[in-house]
Design a protein around this ligand. Structure first.
Ligand SMILES: [Zn+2]
Length: 103
């Protein structure tokens, strides 16, 4: 799945519905922070959409058929999400910018 296709996906109604389901399932908590014993949640803050991302555990680029698979989705805060993306794509600073702009 290329950049344009992903952009289209993230703007689709189906994605808006799916990401809401994932957020609710995960209690609006960053799953990575939770694993590390911290709880990052901004459920009660009005700008929550800017601070929590939905992450594809297996990347969309390689597993486009898992785009809406709840088992492949997890809630991450922007910080953990960027950390994860940078780990897999150390040279793609463009990506980080894109994710910041998305939400
Ligand atoms: Zn986090």
């Amino acid at each position: 799945m290329d950049f344009e296709e992903r952009k289209k996906l993230y703007k689709s109604n189906a994605w808006q519905v799916t990401r809401k389901l994932v957020l609710e399932r995960d209690n609006h908590e960053c799953q990575e922070c939770k694993r590390n014993g911290k709880v990052f949640t901004d459920y009660h803050k009005p700008d929550k959409h800017k601070r929590l991302d939905i992450d594809h555990i297996k990347s969309l680029e390689r597993h486009p058929h898992l785009a809406f698979d709840m088992d492949n989705l997890q809630t991450l805060c922007i910080k953990c999400h960027n950390k994860k993306e940078n780990r897999f794509h150390p040279n793609q600073s463009k990506r980080k910018k894109w994710f910041d702009e998305m939400w």
